[in-house]
Design a protein around this ligand. Structure first.
Ligand code: BG6
Length: 476
């Protein structure tokens, strides 16, 4: 058998993309609430356009999302029916600390997640909790400038202490920051950083990255101290950069692009800033303000496992003439002529998952966890409302097959697999509902119309069978 007996099959969501209830239970406003749909979204996400509150002209899908805030029992029951062993979800920081800098947490928020975790355990589902999935309290953005300010470390530490203590015995798997490398590419969405006219955006982003890395080490330390059973992972948006040609310059270009992603994990997993990063920062005139003790924290509190999202491989070249571009998960890439693309132009590369896993495992030698993978596509329900998503089944079966090879043939220690958006939810990149990933269809459109009713797609029964056979039966 390829996968370990206790392999954690499941699905993944993020609070802001599914909960809604943005102002209920004492919750405060966060960066992720004010990301609009439409053409302005990209500029807001990248910190180029200031959007610190709602306005009349835009639609903000996270306000209601798929209303999981009120429907989580129904949703978790469906996850249970599929046989989930784990459910990856995130805690909205502003439900626990509405402003972010309070001394005392908000009991309503704490109770909400406690109920969710208990509900999961009813079905034998182990929660896998992302402490922050892109969200940052808006008050911390306005008052402190978000993660560019070192004080954020203190507020995050307080948040972590509270949740580790409160959920001791209910949660054992934690991820400190979702796709930590996104701070460089989508600074406002990923870390609440409004860049605007900043004189030196790279300086701002790297300083914020340092704060995130120290905060991640502190969280790891406290998690281990609070409960030795706690396992903490880092989380990176993965996907190897292939050289466009075998020209050595293209190969080097691919390596350099990969380093942009590895940089964070190198620190979180090995505990030191890698040589190439130190040199790069020097060469670019970026001066990191570190405090005494930072290096020790990074060194002594490295992560237990490496988790990552995988949607596609990428391509690098030094020759702009060959560079037909394609869209991807925030980063655009040179188009790979050997691959097909999704409705959103993301290139489909199932073998690339095995390649990425090997790159990560060879580099870190720590257990891996695939915490996001899936197909975002348009689903068209038939007259009876049923979605026959054979394309999704094919996509996932192909990826799981190569993931299995990575375990069986390459000997990689893999803890689990949680497919992204196991229930349809709001797209982070585009804000659309039309871009669906789920096994469960949610009746809601881009403009916020629909009953929010849930129904099972064909892939629901397929995934149930995959889990029941521990990944042995991938047939449609
Ligand atoms: C990852 C994020 O980047 O990709 C998720 O962690 C996101 O939040 C997912 O939803 C898929 O991207 P998109 O843009 O299709 O929602």
């Amino acid at each position: 058998m390829a996968f370990r007996e206790d392999f954690l099959w499941g699905g993944a969501t993020a609070a802001n993309q599914c909960e809604g209830g943005y102002n209920e239970g004492g919750r405060g406003l966060a960066n992720v609430d004010v990301l609009p749909t439409g053409p302005d979204r990209e500029a807001v996400v990248k910190g180029q356009m200031k959007m610190f509150d709602f306005d009349e002209e835009h639609f903000y899908p996270a306000k209601t999302a798929i209303d999981m805030y009120h429907r989580y029992k129904e949703d978790i029951a469906l996850f249970g029916e599929m046989g989930f062993k784990t459910y990856r979800m995130s805690i909205a920081w502003t439900r626990i600390f509405p402003n972010g800098d309070e001394e005392e947490p908000n009991e309503d928020g704490l109770k909400f997640y406690e109920d969710i975790f208990k509900e999961c355990h009813k079905y034998g589902i182990e929660p896998l909790v992302t402490i922050t999935h892109f969200d940052c309290p808006m008050h911390l953005i306005k008052e402190y400038g978000s993660w560019r300010n070192r004080k954020l470390i203190v507020f995050y530490e307080r948040f972590c202490r509270v949740i580790f203590n409160r959920y001791k015995g209910l949660v054992n798997y934690w991820l400190t920051f979702n796709e930590i490398n996104m701070v460089m590419h989508a600074p406002f969405m990923a870390a609440g950083l409004y860049i605007g006219e900043d004189a030196n955006p790279e300086q701002t982003k790297y300083q914020a990255a340092h704060h995130l890395l120290v905060a991640s080490a502190i969280a790891t330390k406290i998690a281990h101290e609070t409960d030795p059973k706690n396992k903490v992972g880092c989380m990176v948006a993965a996907g190897t950069h292939y050289p466009y040609s075998c020209k050595p310059e293209d190969v080097m270009a691919g390596k350099m692009r990969d380093r942009d992603d590895y940089f964070f994990i190198d620190v979180q997993s090995r505990g030191v800033y890698p040589a190439y990063a130190i040199r790069q920062l020097e060469n670019e005139g970026i001066i990191l303000h570190k405090e005494e003790g930072d290096d020790e924290l990074l060194k002594n509190h490295t992560v237990d496992f490496i988790s990552f999202s995988y949607y596609m491989s990428r391509v690098a070249t030094v020759d702009p003439k060959v560079a037909e571009m394609t869209t991807g998960n925030i980063f655009d890439s040179v188009k790979n002529p050997y691959l097909e693309s999704t409705d959103w132009g993301w290139q489909i590369d199932p073998l690339g998952l095995r390649i990425a896993m090997n790159d990560l495992y060879d580099r870190y030698q720590k257990p891996l966890f695939v915490v996001e993978n899936g197909l975002g596509s348009v689903d068209n329900p038939d007259e009876s409302g049923y979605v026959q998503d054979d394309y999704r089944i094919k996509y996932m079966a192909d990826h799981i097959k190569h993931m299995k090879d990575a375990v069986e043939l390459d000997g990689i220690d893999l803890l689990g697999y949680t497919s992204w958006g196991c229930i349809d939810l709001v797209s982070a990149g585009s804000g659309e509902m039309k871009k669906r990933y789920g096994f469960i269809y949610v009746d809601r459109d881009n403009e916020g119309n629909g009953t929010l009713a849930r129904s099972k797609k064909k892939s629901f029964d397929w995934y149930k069978k995959v889990i029941a056979s521990n990944g042995e039966d991938l047939t449609n």
